[in-house]
Design a protein around this ligand. Structure first.
Ligand SMILES: [Fe+2]
Length: 168
């Protein structure tokens, strides 16, 4: 058995998992923007791609201050969520139906990220590292905003359009 790892080690490992998740998402969001039909949805994905670049940079910044490496973990959950999104994009859906499916996949991703950031922020507070907690909260808020934007898009008009395509 190796050395017993402490709470701080768990915190760093969790951040590595998130770093992997965000890095995977960079590639996936580009593909999701390409697969989307409605311009507003394309824009939402591209906008979140820009934000995700910031999220990756913030994590790199944190690892720098901790004098640790961000790499070494693969977020298997994000890998699976992205694979499900790719399956939706590959299905023979009509355009609006595919958009509705892409939103469904993207919202699962955002909720997963919100759960992850919520936890590491709480860990940072327990470790009495308020500046790190603030930085993680900033990202949490952006994930939350993205999720809300997707909800608005899903309500009007994407799911309506998807339903109409169903009826004709
Ligand atoms: Fe993110």
């Amino acid at each position: 058995m190796g050395k017993v790892k402490d709470f701080r080690a768990l915190f760093i490992d969790q951040l590595r998992d998130i770093y992997s998740a965000e890095s995977q998402l960079l590639k996936a969001l580009k593909k999701m923007a390409e697969a989307a039909t409605l311009p507003a949805l394309k824009d939402a994905f591209l906008n979140h791609l820009e934000e995700t670049r910031d999220h990756v940079e913030r994590l790199k910044e944190l690892f720098n201050t901790f004098d640790e490496k961000p790499t070494g973990k693969t977020c298997e959950a994000m890998k699976a969520l992205i694979a499900e999104g790719e399956d939706i994009a590959a299905e023979h859906y009509s355009p609006a139906v595919r958009d509705a499916g892409l939103i469904a996949a993207a919202q699962r991703v955002e909720h997963y990220e919100m759960a992850a950031y919520g936890t590491v922020r709480a860990f940072a507070l327990l470790l009495r590292d308020e500046s790190t907690a603030d930085l993680l909260q900033l990202t949490f808020k952006e994930e939350e905003q993205c999720d809300k934007k997707l909800t608005v898009l899903a309500r009007t008009p994407i799911n309506e359009l998807a339903l109409q395509e169903e009826c004709v």
